[in-house]
Write a protein that binds this ligand. Structure first.
Ligand code: DGL
Length: 267
């Protein structure tokens, strides 16, 4: 079981920002990434639809004998409990709790501004995870995902869109102390977001705290892989594997071999 892969899924390429942190924290682990590219975005869909898609994605990974599933999608985390119950004893981890912990580490009393998809904002997932210790304001940024998936991560268009969503947040008083990127697609827009937010506002995401949570869980269950292994990651997509390999490298931070990207059907 220790040599089995860690399964990761997202609606598209966003979860690759989490896998990047995981691979760097746990280089000896094997990874299978599933991007449901045919049905992206999840963020504008109803909770019932996202739940159904998330279950299908997680089942596809479970069938490939993974030892752990990471829901590298804030929006799909609404199905976290159901996935854990359905797939038990296979452990399932989400990104919401680690993201909340990262924000609280830099702004323990808030205010914390959460940028997320419409779905995550509607669920109020971060306000719940952060609890009463800090005030939370939420801003839905529905155009960020298409921008990111298009590889438009900087320049005039990205700047306009980022300003449109950030202006109301930056005008809040008291001013937010942390800006939480509550969608795994958003870290590729980090440069432009941080330029517009200014140096005073700490930008955090869930990638590194999720990697730490995964490491802790694998260690506690004695599921860590052999330290000498360096397996190549595998990628599964539900549409357009060539596009995934080409644009996905912006998210993953390294080249993706198109030969490693397999087209699958989740229905
Ligand atoms: N990357 C996903 C998230 O973290 C969702 C993007 C989408 O499909 O809307 O919420």
């Amino acid at each position: 079981m220790n040599q089995a892969a860690i399964g990761i899924f997202d609606s598209g390429m966003g979860g690759l920002t989490v896998m990047r942190a995981l691979k760097s924290a746990l280089p000896e682990e094997a990874f299978i990434y599933l991007g449901d590219t045919a049905r992206l975005p999840y963020g504008t869909k109803s909770a019932a639809t996202v739940r159904r898609y998330a279950l299908q994605a997680a089942r596809a990974l479970a069938q490939r004998q993974v030892k752990l599933i990471v829901i590298a999608c804030n929006t799909a985390s609404l199905a976290a409990r159901e996935l854990a119950e359905t797939l038990a004893p296979l452990p399932v981890l989400g990104v919401i709790e680690p993201g909340a912990a990262a924000a609280l580490a830099v702004a323990p009393h808030g205010p914390i501004a959460v940028l997320a998809t419409e779905g995550t904002v509607k669920e109020g997932a971060y306000a719940r995870a952060i609890g009463v210790s800090a005030t939370v304001v939420q801003q839905a940024c529905p155009l960020f995902v298409p921008l990111a998936e298009e590889g438009l991560t900087d320049g005039a268009i990205a700047e306009l869109v980022v300003r449109r969503y950030l202006d109301p947040v930056l005008n809040l008083r008291p001013a937010p102390r942390a800006l939480l990127l509550g969608c795994t697609h958003y870290p590729v827009l980090r440069q432009v977001i941080s330029r517009i937010a200014g140096p005073e506002l700490a930008l955090v995401d869930s990638a590194h705290t999720t990697a730490a949570a995964v490491r802790e869980l694998l260690t506690a269950r004695q599921l860590r892989a052999e330290p000498s292994a360096r397996p190549a990651p595998r990628f599964l997509v539900t549409d357009a594997p060539e596009r995934f390999a080409r644009i996905g490298q912006i998210f993953f931070g390294e080249a993706i071999d198109p030969g490693q990207v397999e087209l699958i059907d989740l229905q």
